[in-house]
Design a protein around this ligand. Structure first.
Ligand SMILES: [Zn+2]
Length: 106
């Protein structure tokens, strides 16, 4: 028997919950469902350096677009230390790298 089920059952009996067995069953089912959904969720991984290109992965596509002049490009640096390749729109930064404004001050 699941120790959590026993614990829930005992607490339900102690607190006078009607149908303590059904309560414990439902609470256990709910907990298992939550754990299952949590395991399925995508996990965010914070990188501190550029990811290594693994063997067998498709080779990165060669840029077919013209490369922007550095003064028109975003001022942000990539994890590899190169200048961001996107066009600068927002005060010298691209859409991805524009500084986040404090919403309460505006
Ligand atoms: Zn950028």
């Amino acid at each position: 028997m699941d120790p959590l089920w026993t614990k829930l059952y005992e607490s339900a009996v102690a607190s006078g919950t009607p149908n303590p067995k059904i309560f414990a069953d439902t609470a256990c089912k709910y907990r298992n469902k939550v754990l299952e959904l949590r395991a399925k969720r995508h996990k965010t991984v914070l990188l501190t350096e550029a990811p290594k290109i693994s063997e067998g992965a498709p080779a990165p596509k060669k840029a077919t677009k013209k490369v922007l002049a550095p003064e028109h490009r975003c001022k942000a640096l990539t994890l590899e230390g190169r200048q961001c390749g996107f066009r600068a729109w927002h005060g010298g930064f691209c859409t991805k790298h524009k500084p986040v404004r404090d919403e309460q001050s505006t």
